[in-house]
Design a protein around this ligand. Structure first.
Ligand code: S3P
Length: 188
């Protein structure tokens, strides 16, 4: 968080299919802020889907593009940012974000993540090539310690996106009362 307690942006982190790109736009609407999806920005700048970038240019290339795009998005104010599942798991990254950034970890179990991922057509490259549940369990275990550095943690298993948004709104209002009621400190 920031010393001045002014929240300038919220960054959703968490495992794949934790709901970052579903919860993010709803949250942005409540705050009257903009939602920006890091993976979407990477894909549009590269002119290829994330799965294609992994396949044709490799994971290291994708991670560097993701790092650069996210760093530029984090210069903006009044934005809700949906990050990719690997971004928030990078070592100590969540402790080094610009002032005014509040990180929100959307928690999901490996079982629920795989269930949700298999019900969409989106290809998740990091789950390819093995037994998805084993891979998800292993990855999640390794990543949880980094996600846990987020300022706020919210459970998502078995909950609706609206319910998750409500909990996040309550928490951020406690942190920064001027965000109350979907308005914000625009004139403050
Ligand atoms: C990844 C998650 C994906 C995407 C890429 C890598 C990961 O984003 O960034 O496929 O390493 O967990 P979602 O979390 O939106 O699926």
């Amino acid at each position: 968080m920031t010393d001045s307690h002014e929240i300038r942006r919220l960054v959703l982190v968490g495992f794949m299919a934790s709901g970052k790109s579903t919860v993010g736009p709803l949250l942005a609407r409540r705050l009257e802020w903009e939602f920006i999806d890091v993976d979407g920005e990477v894909a549009s700048r590269e002119g290829a889907s994330v799965a294609e970038i992994f396949r044709t240019r490799g994971e290291a290339y994708f991670r560097e593009a993701e790092r650069r795009v996210a760093a530029s998005i984090l210069q903006r104010d009044r934005v809700v940012v949906g990050s990719g599942g690997g971004w928030g798991a990078s070592a100590r990254r969540l402790g080094q974000l610009p002032v005014g950034t509040v990180t929100v970890w959307l928690k999901v179990s490996a079982e629920e993540a795989v269930r949700r991922a298999s019900s969409t057509r989106e290809v998740r490259p990091v789950l390819e090539g093995g037994e998805p549940l084993d891979t998800a369990r292993r990855l999640l275990k390794r990543r949880e310690e980094e996600y846990a550095a987020a300022a706020v943690g919210v459970d998502t298993d078995g909950r609706t996106p609206e319910d998750v948004v409500e909990e996040i709104m309550e928490t951020v209002r406690d942190m920064s009362p001027e965000l109350a009621g979907g308005r914000n400190a625009r004139e403050a």
